[in-house]
Design a protein around this ligand. Structure first.
Ligand code: ADP
Ligand code: MG
Length: 670
């Protein structure tokens, strides 16, 4: 007898080969299959007559009912191919022509005079409706139902999925309820068995809605609980309060600028956290260039005067080095700052270990190399990560081991709408810097096509002559890495040989060794390179105030938030800055995106528009936000359920439960 834990090859018609294919979708057991939800549905309850088709433009397949006026006629086409044709009519005499290719056998299966339901996309050819390669089924065997459509992989068809799910439908009766009775009642949720049955084969749309609502609720509730769990895991630890602010006022007053109001507010929030006996878990969100680094420095200053060490981690060596420079300058004459990166020699490691273990050095900047075992930090009290989005729990635990539950500050320049931030970063408190330093001028943004190439080249020359520097960014995505890389290389060569022949052009991309990359960046920062052609490796954090122009090639291939980040690389100095986006696409969404970029310079607004335009799936599609993969909930469209889930989580946490929550499908979310 099959049960929930049976391997899927126990299902009839599923052998070892199909099982291996399904395993690629993460489906190994019957339970996996039942908890693999359809991605959409085919509504077989909605069947049109041919006459109904008129006046509309059909972009998706529909069901159409009609009688075969003729049998199938086959014509031979050149190249050994053939075409099959049939004339379909309805009672009103409207005509639909159906055509297929290379399906000679249909002459036997398809009968004149029989009524069929066809499934395909209707198109108007001349005065008549036509469907190419429609599927069809006799009216008398057709079931009016809502049929699931699953996400597939090579060698797995929808039909196969449907059959497999149907075969194991009886096992649904074994599924234990996964939510507590009182939650079901309080939030009027249907039971798990009803939900499973109706998510796969809905009785009707009402049943489907009920089923989906419950599953979404459950998924969001589990997400909520695991976020809280994560938060509690760290919040329940005792830590050292970092409460000495000796010399802080002088430190802040010695800065070359006055903190913005937003910076002051966040500084207070951080100070309040650091004073506490519970470790801070704070996310600091703020647009590129809003000045987060100085807040990191202030936090490290407080840690130091409170006799604790701080680590600040960046995702790349370039960024770590840049932070090292900035922070070293800020602490010049106050204390030593060290940089920890990968690939240190034994002797260097030994020296470093000595400095760190006796507490001579309290401020450590580095890459992930700081996580390595040899790095022993005495009295680690504060960890700051820059641009890491979701720092893994494991990594955080590793650092917690190094210190005595250090305070934790996560900095991110990827703004996401506040409502969503509460979900995605539910385990963290959130601070937002929503104000740019006053000296910033908005970056003038232009969207151009290839016709402007020469003019833009001329513009770049003039800017360089005036002493400015330029970024030129080319897209690089994994799937087309080779061609992308070639394009970037060629562009750099072309600029150096031709358009910018008198100037210094350099190329930076991910394949270049870290050391060389750092050298190039260094040169650019020192003004020894005029134009830097690069793939998106410069996306985060780089700060070169003299760079005033950002040219983005194939801008249509970047997400809005990404474009915004790139734009934030310029406009950091005193001179007027420009962002020029080359866009070849006439695609509506691409055009709309370019328009938004011109209209708004606020990162949170850009993010909100991006979300509206693309929906949560794509918005979070890129892993950069670190959002867990959700099985059924859509963070954007299901936002209204989140509130209820918060409530439910309270009920569960406060009231405790008589029964454990067993949850087969959301366990892996975080
Ligand atoms: P981000 O938030 O993107 O990390 P940074 O911390 O790199 O931004 O700051 C960008 C630039 O703005 C730096 O050159 C920094 O010195 C400067 N800056 C930061 N705060 C202020 C301020 N209050 N007034 C003027 N300039 C500031
Ligand atoms: Mg930064």
């Amino acid at each position: 007898m099959m049960n929930l834990n049976s391997p899927i090859d126990e299902i009839r018609n599923i052998g070892k080969t199909k099982a291996a294919r399904l395993a690629r979708l993460g489906i190994k057991t019957i339970s996996d299959l039942l908890f693999c939800f359809p991605r959409s549905y085919e509504d077989r309850t909605l069947v049109f007559t041919i006459e109904d088709l008129d006046e509309l433009e059909w972009l998706v397949p529909v069901f159409v009912r009609g009688r075969a006026a003729t049998g199938v006629m086959s014509v031979n086409l050149p190249g050994g191919r053939s075409m099959q044709k049939a004339r379909i009519v309805d009672d009103e005499g409207s005509v639909l022509n159906a055509i297929w290719f290379n399906q000679n056998y249909m002459c036997h299966t398809f009968k004149a005079g029989v009524e069929y339901i066809f499934y395909g996309t209707p198109e108007k050819v001349g005065q008549k409706w036509q469907m190419t390669a429609p599927q069809f089924e006799r009216v008398d065997t057709y079931t009016e139902s809502i049929m699931p459509i699953y996400s597939l992989t090579a060698g797995v068809t929808n039909k196969m999925m449907r059959q497999a799910v149907r075969e194991c439908a009886p096992v649904i009766s074994e599924v234990r309820e996964t939510l507590p009775e009182k939650i079901l009642r309080k939030y009027k949720l249907c039971g798990i068995r009803f939900a499973l049955k109706n998510i796969h084969f809905p009785l009707d749309f009402k049943a489907y809605e009920k089923a989906r609502h419950r599953l979404v609720f459950e998924e969001l509730l589990m997400l909520q609980l695991s976020l809280r769990n994560m938060r509690d895991r760290f919040a329940s630890k005792k830590c050292k309060a970092l409460d000495s602010t000796m010399g802080l006022t002088e430190f802040v007053e010695a800065l070359p600028f006055k903190l913005t109001l937003a910076q002051q507010r966040v500084m207070q929030e951080i100070m309040d956290d650091l004073k506490g006996k519970r470790p801070m878990s704070r996310l600091l969100q703020g647009d590129v260039g809003c000045g987060k680094t100085i807040l990191a420095a202030i936090a490290m200053f407080i840690a130091r005067t409170s006799c604790a060490s701080s680590v600040m981690m960046a995702p790349t060596e370039i960024l770590a080095e840049q932070h090292f420079d900035t922070i070293s300058r800020l602490f010049d004459g106050l204390c030593e700052v060290v940089l920890v990166k990968g690939g240190l020699r034994a002797k260097e490691k030994r020296e470093l270990t000595e400095k760190l273990s006796d507490g001579r050095v309290r401020i450590i900047i580095g890459t992930h190399a700081v996580l390595e075992d040899y790095v022993e930090i005495s009295h680690l009290g504060l960890v700051i990560t820059d641009e890491q989005h979701r720092f893994g729990v494991n990594q955080r635990e590793k650092l917690t081991e190094k210190g005595n539950s250090p305070h934790f500050l996560v900095m991110s320049a990827t703004p996401i709408p506040r409502t969503l931030a509460m979900i995605v970063y539910g385990d963290l408190d959130i601070s937002i810097i929503d104000e740019l330093p006053p000296n910033r001028k908005p970056v003038q943004t232009h969207c151009v096509n290839e016709d402007y190439r020469l003019r833009i080249n001329e513009f770049m020359r003039r800017q360089i002559e005036e002493g400015r520097q330029i970024y030129i960014v080319c897209p690089l995505i994994e799937e087309s890495e080779k061609t992308d890389l070639r394009a970037a290389t060629e562009l750099a060569k072309h600029l150096q040989d031709d358009a910018l022949a008198d100037f210094r052009v350099a190329l930076l991309h991910g394949r270049i060794k870290a050391k060389e990359k750092a050298e190039i960046m260094e040169k650019f920062a020192l003004g020894e390179i005029d134009a830097l052609v690069s793939t998106t490796v410069i996306e985060v954090g780089i700060d070169v105030p003299n760079a005033s122009v950002m040219v983005i090639e194939n801008a249509e291939r970047f997400g809005l938030s990404q474009l915004h980040q790139l734009r934030g690389r310029v406009g950091r100095g005193d001179s007027k800055s420009y962002c020029i986006m080359f866009n070849q696409s006439k695609n509506k969404i691409a055009v709309e995106r370019m328009k938004i970029m011109k209209q708004t310079s606020n990162g949170f607004e850009v993010a909100q528009r991006d979300l509206e335009l693309r929906g949560a799936g794509d918005f979070f599609g890129t892993r950069q936000h670190g959002i867990p993969q959700l099985k059924i909930a859509n963070l954007y469209e299901d936002l209204h359920i989140w509130g209820e889930c918060m409530n439910a989580a309270d009920v569960i946490i406060r009231g405790g439960l008589d029964e454990d929550i067993v949850n087969p499908f959301v366990a892996k979310t975080l």
